[in-house]
Design a protein around this ligand. Structure first.
Ligand SMILES: *[C@@H]1O[C@H](CO)[C@@H](O)[C@H](O)[C@H]1NC(C)=O
Ligand SMILES: *[C@@H]1O[C@H](CO)[C@@H](O)[C@H](O)[C@H]1NC(C)=O
Length: 337
């Protein structure tokens, strides 16, 4: 309800009737009118408050489906599998009023392939405040959990944070960056939250989103992409099933994956393992053009070619994939223009 003339009139009436009280007692109907005015006023005041202060309500948190779709199409390059899974998973989850578990996505791939970027696109299209939302939490292993000796403390802290934040808002999002640098076992401490519980200590986690980012499994993705390339097959022919099994196995059995032997994987708590393919020359050009548009400049193919040519590609002889993906193009672009 927006404040309107009616409320102001009633408010005026409230003041006026207060003065009139000296002359004659307020009749019941007037009292009811006053009460209604007060309630109406308070309700609109609250709505004004919600309008300006981020809160855990659909006005601030709801999926922009077309926004996510166009962002994935226009801003993420060379990731047909990831783009497809993410859109379907997020759309399905957010349109379900009563999900039976939180959405858990594990994004895998080499540096610069777009894992962080995709997390940002998801946040941007769910939270009005995007990554700045107070309901979006990012944990970086080397920053938040740097010392192996403190593992017990980290576990307790992490549980407390997640519980505290989800108690504040069911539609919270947690992003764990650098999973491969996380101490094995730490992630197991949040396992109960990812499960199919209706409530845990009075808190329901079923509307939250958990996203894990890691390089683990990157090698097996690269191998598959390279096999396709060598066989002269189109990259778009690579299907999730070509990667999914080897991906979850290599993550599970890799001591450095942060998921080493974790029951998160053998209990199927991760809904989707999302592979990010290594990027080719043409994708670097696309990223560079997009970055120019992002800076409100006319995209210049020659500059984009210069930037792309300057990067290092592997394998050494064939030079198919960019070593750092699209990661360093921002600084390269500064250099060339
Ligand atoms: C959803 O995203 C589209 C495309 O980015 C944008 O034009 C539109 O304003 C957004 N809608 C809302 C409700 O934010
Ligand atoms: C929410 O998480 C952040 C870390 O992102 C933490 O600093 C904060 O204390 C948590 N809030 C609650 C209420 O637990």
């Amino acid at each position: 309800m927006k404040p309107n003339g009616g409320h102001i009139l009633l408010l005026w009436f409230l003041v006026y009737s207060g003065r009139a009280e000296a002359i004659e007692p307020i009749s019941t109907s007037i009292a009811v009118g006053v009460a209604a005015a007060l309630t109406g006023f308070l309700a609109s005041y609250q709505n004004i408050f919600y309008y300006f202060h981020e809160c855990c309500r659909p006005e601030w948190i709801s999926l922009n489906k077309s926004g996510l779709q166009t962002d994935l199409e226009n801003k993420l390059f060379g990731q047909h599998i990831a783009s497809d899974i993410i859109f379907k998973a997020v759309k399905g989850f957010m349109s379900n009023e009563n999900p039976n578990k939180p959405l858990v996505l594990s994004l895998h791939g080499w540096t610069g392939t777009g894992k962080n970027f995709v997390s940002k696109l998801i946040a941007d299209n769910i939270y009005k405040e995007g990554m700045d939302s107070k309901y979006v939490h990012m944990f970086t292993s080397t920053l938040h959990f740097p010392h192996p000796s403190q593992n017990a403390l980290y576990k307790a802290q992490l549980q407390k944070w997640i519980k505290g934040n989800v108690s504040n808002c069911e539609r919270s999002m947690f992003i764990f960056d650098e999973m491969d640098k996380m101490q094995p076992g730490l992630i197991d401490s949040i396992k109960p939250y990812l499960d199919y519980y209706v409530k845990l200590d009075g808190v329901s986690y079923r509307k939250s989103i958990f996203i894990f980012l890691s390089n683990a499994g990157g090698d097996s993705i690269i191998q598959t992409a390279l096999d396709f390339w060598k066989a002269g097959r189109d990259r778009e022919e690579i299907k999730l099933r070509d990667l999914e099994t080897s991906l979850s196995l290599s993550v599970f059995n890799n001591k450095e994956s942060g998921f080493f032997r974790t029951s998160l994987i053998d209990k199927h708590m991760v809904d989707f393992f999302v592979p990010f393919l290594p990027l080719e020359y043409k994708h670097i050009v696309q990223c560079t053009m997009a970055e120019m548009r992002n800076r409100d400049r006319k995209p210049d193919q020659d500059v984009a070619d210069m930037v792309a040519r300057d990067l290092v590609y592997f394998p050494k002889s064939e030079r198919v994939f960019s070593v750092k993906g699209c990661k360093t193009i921002e600084t390269k672009l500064d250099y060339y223009t």
